[in-house]
Design a binder for this molecule. Sequence first.
Ligand SMILES: Cc1ncc(COP(=O)(O)O)c(C=O)c1O
Length: 370
Amino acid sequence: MKIPLARPDLSQLEKEYVLDAVQSTWISSTGKYVTQFEDKFAELCGTRTSIGVCNGTVALHLALMALDVRPGDEVLVPSLTYIATANAVRYVGAEPVFVDVDANTWCMDPTLLEDKITRRTKGIIAVHLYGHPADMDAINYVAGVHGLWVVEDAAESHTALYKGRPTGSLSPIACFSFYGNKIFTSGEGGAITLSDPHLELRARTLRGQGVDLNRRYFFPVTGYNFRLTNVACALLCAQLERRDELINKRRHIYSVFQELLKDIPGIQFQPVADWAVPAPWLFSVLVSEEVFGKSRDKLISDLEEQGIETRPFFLPLHTLPPFREESRKRKEHLPITMSLAKSGINLPTYTQMTDDDIGRVVDMIKKARI
Ligand SMILES: Cc1ncc(COP(=O)(O)O)c(C=O)c1O
């Protein structure tokens, strides 16, 4: 029996809502589930509104366009994140400038931002990596001093709290993904959350082909079709209605992993800042090769052989072909990112996992040491 890394949790409620959307024939991007989802998601994130889009990458692209990011601008981003964070910066012709992460949060280190700011720097994308919020007060403070905008990449942090406030409400625009491996999913899907009416108008206009929202078939700007369907929103409405159940099951998995893994030498848990309530997305650990006795990559392949799917941490973006030349010119030196990327591993985390499944994963990790 294989244990996958992730698996969507789709109940009778999701089926009912999707069937209802299909039977209504409202399967494109208008319909009651679209408005219901946008209202509910904004409520969950503590913002005035949210705008559904077709995926998380598009959410980032839309956020940057709404903020009028332009060719030649520089945007500070962590290097330890999914490629979409930096790709979106390139879509608007701007350049990502990579910042190292803090070993205590695995997120962007706010104390390193100032050194990276130039006359071209226009903004910061803070990523809440593997469910843990970035230190937003410190990031917003630096941004405020230098007149920069801030965007949260909250793709992986559904329901996480920063000093009691939900991620998604900690910057003028935040971006979410509802890809199949996320806590709340519609297969493909995304959203931005925001409260500023001016930014909302720009984002809604750009999302819908640039159409004037008060004048049909009049297009004042070049826009995009970034819309999310009513069928996807039906799925998301059900997922949000079940949020306590989905989150509690994942929290249980986290606590069982913590209990069973705590005495294994060379396995270090994701740190949690005292101001953070992370989202239980993928249970993540660091493997110290010297203490554990085996490299992270060898552990991954051993688990794979036993039918257990895991994932290495993201490769540092500044080392990847689209970005490495620029980063070399800038002499990027990101030691914490490099070290985490080399030793980090995401373990299987999905609501249908039983305690026995978790036990099997842990047993295999223990066996791999021998
Ligand atoms: C941090 C981060 N940003 C952006 C994205 C992009 O989202 P999507 O895959 O929905 O385009 C993802 C994940 O999938 C992500 O993990």
